[in-house]
Design a protein. Sequence first.
Length: 212
Amino acid sequence: MAILEDISLAVQAGKKADVVSLVNQAISDGTTPEAILNEGLIPAMDIVGDKFSKNEIFVPEMLVAARAMSAGTEILKPLLVQAGSEPLGKACIGTVKGDLHDIGKNLVRMMMEGKGIEIHDLGVDVTPEAFVDFIKQNDDLQLVCISALLTTTMPAMEETVKAIEAAGLRDKVKVMVGGAPITQEFADQIGADAYTRDAGSAASKAAELITA
């Protein structure tokens, strides 16, 4: 369908106003919210994520594309709920205690939303206890995403994983880590289930972990 291709191209170009206009037009034309999401918005972000992973585009281009996609999904959310569409799964994300960086976290959140994952943003400077409390309050939570952008806050990531274990919740959720100083070796060392180096691969890995 041509309008779905137009939506995809508008997202890739980061044209937020065009995405809003095209999504509304598609709904008026009778295109289902599921088709708009699964055949327009998600494939667009898959392309953007792939280009980002290959260094063909960079953070600014990815952010504007993700914001354009988010504007489209905001229109669709109430319609998908009304239609009884189930999200792919449920996750939470936060930057660890002592770390106030949020650009990477926000980008990962938007990319995961683009995969159809319901993701709750706990913000920045999130204590291990706050992660634990959120898991306790949300029985259907499947994935915890922890971000750290400073080498000095990396230990807080390990503290968070240990706090989840100590609370007896480690078998209930998968733990995914990421951020500029994080490596696969560090992820293995602290007992995380997954590490990815960028937002595009984070979204793909999250979808894989949730549906496994």
